[in-house]
Design a protein around this ligand. Structure first.
Ligand SMILES: CC(C)(COP(=O)(O)OP(=O)(O)OC[C@H]1O[C@@H](n2cnc3c(N)ncnc32)[C@H](O)[C@@H]1OP(=O)(O)O)[C@@H](O)C(=O)NCCC(=O)NCCSC(=O)CC(=O)O
Length: 413
């Protein structure tokens, strides 16, 4: 028999603030294939270009932001040549680009949070574009003016589930360290994997069709620190109730990442959407049944869903595999449309989009489309190499994190 829903009596971690950022350079999807083939000097590959156009036309992406510039390519022609060593150049650019992008998102999250950056006790940074130590975590701590004692952790190469992994870690840290305030920052720049199109690597063409750059940041803390003297801060947006990780049986190596002298090599099997569709319900049963939130015969429409937007076909697979009503994945589809697949950073954009939609609803504004992100309980889901499925059960705060709508902690005893 299913156990009852978790109570809020114990101190659960919560998302207290969210910030996002993207590079200024923006490429519209209808111009992207022409841009990509021009800058990679590949216009002669007419059939491949037509194939990529077909991929992009079906991608559900409207635009994306990129750090990579034509000046960078001119300075490092090895970025285009799969036969030439290019890892040094890629890591050299990422060394600055990743912490700068993370900094822009983190500064927004900290401003929303309302407390000084020096009050952050722990920092979790994730990126697929790094192999440095000291890495993006140390540089970000420096850029933000965090305390020298801030406890830093960096996650490299967790693929598209990196954001979920970082949030899971932050939840554990917050719940095991009273008054901890954890800054999570996930920053992704596709230049680590960017290369000229190659007929022998159609999956790389899929990656080039989908990926974009961005950073998301979240402040996580427990919601039970109700000491009268605790500092004023932004009220919770989402409570983080449980986190779990599993793999879909038989999917080893269907998505894989390997760092080589040519940069980061993404392998994405064409079977991934079908595997996700076939395996997702079992994963959700395992993650949600212990909390009494399993779908059962009625399906899964009683929850809100924050799905990693790995691609239009992946979102379609979640929808079909969980028999979700149209509109349940509107937040994920919107993020995919506006930014592409930002790998580990994307899930934070989805959380931000969900809370924006809840606020619009609370403010009585017209909804853009029929959707139902307004359930109290929900799940955040990311798919990464493995195929690894990261799931976190969330409970939306009654106020959607509106400042002033909840009793805030007093600054005076
Ligand atoms: C690329 C798509 C938008 C194309 O849309 P559709 O599949 O509906 O359209 P379609 O079947 O007509 O495909 C268009 C063309 O793309 C080709 N095609 C599609 N997927 C392919 C793949 N993985 N490898 C090689 N070719 C592929 C098809 O053969 C077809 O070629 P032709 O037209 O010549 O017949 C979609 O397949 C998609 O969203 N795929 C998701 C990709 C994915 O797995 N994302 C996860 C990224 S990894 C991730 O998120 C986790 C991580 O990184 O850790």
């Amino acid at each position: 028999m299913a156990s009852p829903l978790p109570t809020m009596e114990t101190a659960h971690a919560a998302v207290l603030a969210i910030g996002t950022a993207n590079p200024a350079k923006c490429v519209a999807q209808e111009e992207y294939v022409d841009w990509y083939f021009r800058v990679t000097k590949s216009d002669h590959l007419v059939d491949l270009k037509a194939k990529m156009k077909r991929m992009c036309d079906k991608s559900g992406i409207r635009k994306r932001h990129l750090c990579l510039t034509e000046d960078m390519i001119a300075a490092h022609p090895e970025l285009l040549d799969r036969a030439a060593p290019s890892l040094d150049a890629r890591l050299g650019i990422a060394r600055d680009a990743v912490p700068e992008l993370a900094m822009a998102a983190a500064a927004r999250a900290i401003a929303e949070w309302g407390r000084p950056a020096a009050d952050i006790t722990h920092l979790v940074v994730s990126t697929n574009a790094g192999a440095h130590a000291p890495g993006a975590d140390a540089r970000l701590a420096e850029l933000l003016g965090l305390r020298a004692t801030v406890q830093r952790t960096v996650l490299y190469m967790h693929g598209c589930s990196a954001g979920c992994s970082a949030l899971r870690l932050a939840k554990d840290i917050a719940e095991s360290n009273r008054r901890a305030r954890v800054l999570v920052a996930c920053a992704e720049v596709f230049l680590i994997a960017f290369a000229a199109p190659d007929e022998a690597r159609l999956d790389a063409l899929v990656a080039a069709s989908l990926f974009g750059d961005g950073a998301g940041a979240v402040i996580v803390g427990t919601d039970g620190d109700d000491d009268p003297g605790a500092p004023v801060e932004h009220p919770p947006i989402f409570h983080m109730l449980s986190a779990s990780q599993t793999t879909i049986a038989g999917t080893h190596q269907r998505v894989s990442l390997q760092l080589s002298e040519r940069g980061l090599d993404y392998k994405i099997s064409g079977e991934v959407p079908a595997l996700v569709r076939a395996g997702i319900e079992r994963c959700m049963e395992d993650a949600l049944a212990p909390l009494g939130l399993a779908g059962g015969g009625g399906g899964w429409n009683h929850l809100f869903w924050a799905m990693h937007p790995g691609g239009r076909a992946i979102l379609d697979s979640y929808e079909a595999g969980l028999r979700l009503e149209p509109g349940k994945l509107a937040a994920s589809r919107r993020v995919l449309s506006e930014y592409g697949n930002m790998s580990g950073a994307a899930i934070i954009f989805v959380l931000d989009e969900l809370r924006r939609r809840r606020r619009r609803r609370d403010g009585g504004e017209e909804e853009e489309e029929e959707s139902d992100e307004y359930c109290e309980w929900g799940a955040m889901v990311g798919v990464g190499p493995g195929l690894t499925i990261e799931t976190m059960v969330l409970r939306a705060s009654a106020t959607g994190g509106h400042v002033g709508d909840e009793v805030k902690k007093s600054t005076t005893a």
